[in-house]
Design a binder for this molecule. Sequence first.
Ligand SMILES: Cc1ncc(COP(=O)(O)O)c(C=O)c1O
Length: 384
Amino acid sequence: MAAMESARRSSRPATGDRPVGSGGRRGARTPAETTPEGFGRFSAENPVHSAFAAVGRTPLLELELSFRGRPRRIYAKAESLNLTGSIKDRMAAWVLADAWERGAWRPGHRIVEASSGNTAIALAALGRAQGSPVRIFMPSWMSSERVKILSAFGVDLVRVSEAEGGFVGSVARAAECALREPDTFLSDQFANPANVEAHACTTGAEIVRQLDSLGLKADVFVAGVGTGGTIMGVGRALRERSPRVRVHPLEPAESPILTQGVHSGHHRIQGISDEFIPAVVNLAALDRPVAVHDGDAILAARELARQLGLGVGISSGANLIGALLMQEELGAEAVAVTVFADSHKKYLSTDLFKEEPAAADWIAPGLQFHSWRAIPCPAGLPGN
Ligand SMILES: Cc1ncc(COP(=O)(O)O)c(C=O)c1O
């Protein structure tokens, strides 16, 4: 399987002006090809069309804070404002719309996927609206909130323990199920180039427009890697606008799979670093991975809620720290952008809502947040 083949590939990160988002089995792009904006590429007959206005076009938050005694500004997309509360709505809507156009999925046909939760929730919501049953293979250690939400959507949830293969086992079982069952669509988020395209054409295109409205261009973009759709797709859109932008994938320091190429260690940043390097990720087209401790990510997310009233998930805390660290290398004035992938609500039962003792070298304890303002998505992105 593509995802696991790529897990076995050795990974050597490198820096440069190469096009981002050209990994994966198909959909490779040349630098000359420009990325279209928004969901407008899909026809009005597409059944997913009815959901497009509820996905994407999220505000870009401009955060003011102090880090190491110096004022900083970080930009982050507020992705909890999507239909089911996460960035994965973009991918799910795009992948289903694309599959319908290719004849690979029809309303009523079963949707199958391996997911740590947010993709499952997004596919469930969009799938159920089209009368499609949804079967999800999910590692057994994901938060109970995810399990309850999926059961509310009537999802057929298969929880896969560590002994049964965990994440890699979930991916394999989803693929087997799709082969076995008739009228079944495997959305294949770890290898499907439509995942990258969703983020290039919506998340990335929106960021370009929002920064344009401030007279800015991104200098650096940082995002945690789950499937890699966000980092590859947004990276592609930003590089088309300014070829020198740095694009850094982020991983937990406790499980640095992008750097080491093999799975090692447990971490608490749900949604990223899923035991293998997905096929859509092309490390050679990205700048080097940045590592953030999961406890530091938890503290950063907690401080965003406590000091600014922004309730974000753990990966958002990690992304904020990663963006600050990479901005530090370029200078405090550099335009640093990231995503807040979801809200804190799906983490009530996790360490995000417990006391987290800080280590001496962590970043979050030294952050003072001052304010935020929301930069709206300018009108004119076709179809969303
Ligand atoms: C909370 C959270 N953060 C980050 C990501 C990573 O996004 P991507 O799959 O585009 O790499 C995910 C993916 O599911 C997620 O659920």
